[in-house]
Design a protein around this ligand. Structure first.
Ligand code: FE
Length: 276
């Protein structure tokens, strides 16, 4: 399913969601296409599960062979495991944190990534796209050590990767959230376990408040839309204790419990993710 997040005469942002058949094994993920004056970039293209559907779905709006960039917020499998196939089917360059620039080639066949990986320094930067730009914003430790968000000044959309992720599926995953309060339970467990610590969230919020954000769009679940909901999200995340804040010696005991492959088989990953 594709959703138009923004469109004007020269610029469009599309979200693709639920491309992967729901079998309970893989977490729901969103992929994005940004086109400016006929030049295109994909954000967080996804894993092999999403490749065929995304390639075909995108073809209705933009010729994938013409893509200039694959932007990866970080190097997780649901972000970039399809890298080999994108490098084969397009001439696009991978734009990713310098920390992952030499790890990402492990997703591709030998030689495929030669001259096609752009390593982004920790400070981020401004990337030309068509006649406009995309801002590559530092978002390190949210959750990956080298992590970027992508701000599109034309649409005022901030693409936040795992930040703002909600554990939903089906139509619910795409339905815009305009009032944050009822949405927090869908985000809370994930953020408490996957975000590294509150200090990082506070530093990021300080930066993010300087942006004019119409919509905050995560890589999992629903977009957070409108000034009120975005401001409420920043307020919520700023005070959230998470990650190492919540860990103490109890989490680091020599284990005694048996891992039973039958009992521990992944059948309901959404619960597993939220239960962190
Ligand atoms: Fe991730």
């Amino acid at each position: 399913m594709s959703i138009e997040l923004y469109r004007d005469e020269h610029h469009a942002c599309l979200m693709f969601t639920d491309l992967v058949e729901e079998d309970g094994q893989a977490v729901q993920a969103n992929q994005f296409l940004i086109v400016d004056h006929g030049v295109g970039a994909v954000i967080d293209p996804g894993g092999n599960l999403a490749f065929n559907e995304l390639y075909l779905g995108m073809s209705r709006f933009f010729a994938p062979q013409q893509l200039s960039y694959l932007l990866a917020s970080h190097a997780d499998p649901d972000i970039i495991a399809s890298l080999d196939r994108w490098l084969t089917s397009t001439r696009a360059k991978l734009v990713i944190s310098r920390l992952w620039a030499r790890f990402a080639p492990h997703f591709a066949k030998v030689g495929k990534t030669e001259d096609r990986v752009v390593g982004v320094p920790d400070a981020g930067g401004i990337l030309p796209l068509g006649q406009g730009v995309l801002h590559l914003l530092p978002a390190h430790f949210m959750h990956a050590e080298g992590n970027f968000h992508f701000y599109d000044p034309a649409s005022r959309i901030l693409f936040t990767g795992d930040l703002g992720a909600s554990m939903t599926s089906g139509a619910e995953a795409a339905r815009p959230v305009r009032a944050l309060r009822d949405h927090i339970p869908r985000m809370e467990g994930f953020h408490r376990r996957y975000m590294v610590c509150n200090k990082i969230l506070r530093l990021w919020v300080h930066m993010a408040r300087k942006l004019d954000i119409a919509m905050l769009v995560p890589q999992h679940g629903a977009p957070i839309v409108g000034a009120r909901a975005v401001a409420d999200f920043l307020d919520w995340i700023e005070t959230l204790e998470c990650g190492v804040d919540l860990f103490d010696q109890r989490a680091y005991q020599l284990p005694t419990a048996q891992i039973d492959p039958a009992v521990n088989a992944v059948r309901a990953p959404l619960r597993a993710v939220q239960g962190g």
